[in-house]
Design a protein around this ligand. Structure first.
Ligand SMILES: [Zn+2]
Ligand SMILES: [Zn+2]
Length: 137
């Protein structure tokens, strides 16, 4: 997203264009995997409470998705990203993004709908294991 793109986004959500907000959004845009509040804080150079307040606001507005990979640290990602899954290394905690080529979401939804009469709107699927580097040792 370009700087003007961020402006348009903020305006559409009724949010003021503050420096910190713009910095946070551009950081989230360029991040290749979910980031922690601490990483955001380091990047934007604001204090912790400001960063948390902004995270809450952007989550509420649907701009960011929150993830909990079970290590007690919440991570955040730009919600407009292409649908993908995460491969989480239980050893070094690295996160690799993975896009499922087959549209298994469609099949899944159809089967869940026919068997359970449940309408799927979205799903979250994360894989836990050992990354390439950690598998070698
Ligand atoms: Zn991701
Ligand atoms: Zn690893």
């Amino acid at each position: 997203m370009t700087t003007s793109g961020i402006d348009v986004f903020l305006k559409s959500k009724g949010l003021k264009k503050t420096q910190i907000r713009k910095k946070m959004i551009s950081y989230l845009k360029k991040s290749k995997s979910p980031v922690t509040a601490l990483e955001i804080q380091k990047e934007v150079g604001a204090n912790k409470s400001t960063v948390y307040r902004e995270i809450d606001l952007l989550t509420l507005k649907g701009y960011i998705n929150e993830f909990d990979f079970g290590d007690g640290v919440k991570r955040y990602e730009d919600s407009s990203r292409e649908h993908h899954h995460h491969l989480i290394c239980l050893n070094c905690r690295s996160i690799t993004e993975f896009e499922v080529k087959d549209n298994f979401a469609k099949i899944e939804e159809k089967e869940i709908r026919s068997q359970k009469k449940f309408t799927v709107l979205k799903h979250k699927l994360e894989f836990f294991g050992k990354c390439k580097k950690c598998s070698k040792t």
